[in-house]
Design a protein around this ligand. Sequence first.
Ligand SMILES: C[S@@+](CC[C@H](N)C(=O)[O-])C[C@H]1O[C@@H](n2cnc3c(N)ncnc32)[C@H](O)[C@@H]1O
Length: 235
Amino acid sequence: MASKFLRPLVFRRASSAIMDLLENMGKKENWDRFYEKRRDSEQLKHFEWFFGFDAVHNLILSCLRSQSPPESLRLVLDLGCGTSALGPSIYQHSPWPVQVTCVDISPVAVRLMQEHWKSSRVQGKHPSSSLCFLEMDGAELHNLFGLRSLDMIVDKGTMDSLLRSREGPAKAEKVFKQCLRALCPSGSLLQFSDEDPDVRLLWLEQHSRGLKTGVQVQEVGVIGGVCYYCYLISP
Ligand SMILES: C[S@@+](CC[C@H](N)C(=O)[O-])C[C@H]1O[C@@H](n2cnc3c(N)ncnc32)[C@H](O)[C@@H]1O
């Protein structure tokens, strides 16, 4: 049974296809079907799990600011980007140079984003910033990102969906380890989630044992009666 915590606001009155997705969010095929339904419209309408960039832009920009000297390029990963505008918004709004890579296991979501952004005239705020979309399993980040190479990883709903899917918890652990491996010592992993801190903090602490990893939590806010959190993990 899907718990009330899994559901983004728009799913409160869920169809059976959506219920299938909610009950097995670790399956690539389910995500492909979900995003396929968004393909028909001429103009891609970004779909946001939980909330959009506006709700967290201060948090993200303050993390980016503190990470490196102003003119250094910051490498940012949006893990499980779906068709969210989060990664593109970081590219658009960061006054510091960023190289934003948005990855998702669903080729459908990635293609929709590539097509949309290829024809878009939106530019990064910093002239050296860049944005790209790639199909990738978060458990295989090592194929693209070197050890300690990333300054920031944002994950909005992706770890949640892995932890709550039938075959997910083991996969969630692999993805989390890959994130910690890829983050540089001053880097941050930001997990946006509706999971209660009593549960998520315990999981994060258990799975980063021995890695000298700091974990903090802060409330993003209450939307539609559900409280959302940002778990900030730093190596
Ligand atoms: C809850 S949705 C969140 C999407 C997006 N971040 C947002 O805020 O709208 C979870 C996303 O994670 C992707 N995903 C699931 N397992 C993944 C994996 N192993 N590696 C990369 N992406 C994955 C799904 O395809 C889906 O797009």
